[in-house]
Design a protein around this ligand. Structure first.
Ligand SMILES: [Zn+2]
Length: 430
């Protein structure tokens, strides 16, 4: 069991922008030699939002094998941070870090030099970094950029902080990719995609959106990377309660370690649903070992609210056909992230993808891309539970995970297809 085995899907994603001559060893070297400093000040770490951002950034980067240096006080954990165990932040990160990729662990202290430094708040650092990014968050939004702005305003609610984690993990990945520029398939396109961010803001919901932690009953179809990420987000909500059935037939494999946000190496070969259920907190998790609409499996009745994290398009249609009162779908394609939500009378999941996408072989994907999909899916679900009607021009979100600035244009409406077999063109647009 080696890093090269574990990073197979990440390598596939990297190769989509590189020529064939590049070896796995060169890809691994680019990832491992990328030195990242994560530094946080005391005011940020005195909040659950700040701790969530720091921890999610660290573990998401860890899954891409970067050299991740932690500079922070070993503060008591203010809330649950699965899959971390332990009472204090650094101790818990240390222990978890040794249980992610093979032969990998976090570094601590001052690395002297770094390719990229991420500053949460205004920590005192002396590192010489190729790129320094400042991160700030509010309850639902965040900003990451080269010039500090605003200060950390997050408190208990972790959503804005988790968006910070997704952005900065993507910046670390791009830093590794820039080391391989001589192998770029198309240098101009490569440069556009992988240039460092100078300023990006994400708003997952309007600032006055009610913060609802009672999630009620819902189903999650798939315990894969996107389902892992959605639960990783939801389990961090303060005071969370609810019942989630997780439906998946698979067991965790080493090639899932590069992206499944709740997976530890010591849990490989366990059924995915059982592993996720072991992290149940105020959110009860009911494991359902079942391949949704799989060959030879009896059908399973779904609940009224369903979150879907499968890339298999016919499975999404099958869920839609059950006519849930609310359906949220998160998906990825390369480094693109999509999320949509559907209610009776609106354009349905089949209107988004009217035909299946032929996929063969292993799917290229990596931690920060899957995390984005789970985060957007969780945010859409929380906005549904907040009970605030959403404008129709926000029914779909599309983000280039390499270019978080694209969030400014993320939302769009979904037009019902006139001949859609599932929703009848939302019943001929009512
Ligand atoms: Zn439709």
């Amino acid at each position: 069991m080696t890093k090269i085995n574990a990073l197979n899907r990440t390598f596939l994603l990297m190769r989509s922008d590189l020529n064939e001559g590049v070896s796995d060893e060169q890809l691994l070297e680019a990832l491992c030699s990328t030195r990242v400093l994560l530094a946080a000040d005391q005011t940020v770490l005195a909040t659950h939002s700040g701790q969530s951002a720091f921890i999610a950034a660290a573990t998401t980067m860890a899954r891409s094998a970067h050299s991740v240096w932690l500079q922070a006080d070993d503060v008591p954990l203010l809330g649950e941070q699965p899959p971390l165990q332990g009472a204090t932040m650094l101790e818990a990160l240390r222990e978890t870090g040794r249980d992610l990729l093979p032969d990998w662990s976090f570094e601590e202290g001052d690395p002297k030099t770094a390719d990229i430094a991420i500053l949460f708040g205004a920590p005192q650092v002396t590192v010489e970094a190729g790129l320094t990014l400042h991160a700030n968050a509010t309850d639902w939004a965040c900003e990451v950029g080269v010039s500090p702005d605003g200060g950390w305003q997050g408190g208990d609610w972790p959503m804005g902080g988790l968006a910070v984690a997704a952005i900065v993990a993507g910046e670390a990945f791009k830093t590794a990719m820039r080391k391989l520029r001589e192998h770029a398939l198309s240098p101009p396109l490569f440069d556009d995609l992988h240039a460092p961010v100078s300023k990006a803001g994400i708003a997952l919901a309007p600032p006055d959106t009610p913060k609802v932690s009672d999630l009620g009953s819902f189903d999650l179809v798939s315990a894969g990377a996107i389902g892992n990420a959605a639960l990783h987000v939801l389990m961090r909500l303060p005071g969370i309660c609810g019942i989630c059935r997780v439906i998946d037939h698979d067991t965790s494999a080493i090639t899932n370690l590069n992206r499944n946000a709740l997976l530890r190496r010591s849990r490989l070969n366990d059924p995915k649903v059982e592993d996720l259920a072991s992290y149940a907190n105020g959110l009860a998790i009911e494991p359902v070992p079942h391949r949704y609409k799989g060959e030879g499996e009896p059908p399973i009745a779904l609940g009224d609210v369903v979150l879907v994290g499968v890339d298999h398009i016919p499975s999404r249609w099958a869920v839609q056909r059950e006519n849930p009162s609310w359906l949220g779908i998160g998906g990825t394609e390369g480094t693109s992230v999509q999320c949509s939500w559907h209610e009776p009378g609106l354009a349905c999941a089949r209107c988004v993808h009217p035909s299946d996408i032929e996929r063969s072989g292993d799917i290229p994907t990596t931690a920060f891309v899957s995390y984005w999909a789970g985060l957007l899916l969780a945010a859409a679900f929380l906005r549904c539970r907040a009970g605030v009607a959403r404008p129709m021009n926000e029914q779909a979100a599309f983000l280039s995970a390499l270019r978080p600035e694209s969030w400014a244009y993320a939302y769009s409406p979904i037009l019902p297809l006139p001949d859609c077999p599932e929703c009848g063109g939302a019943r001929r647009a009512a």
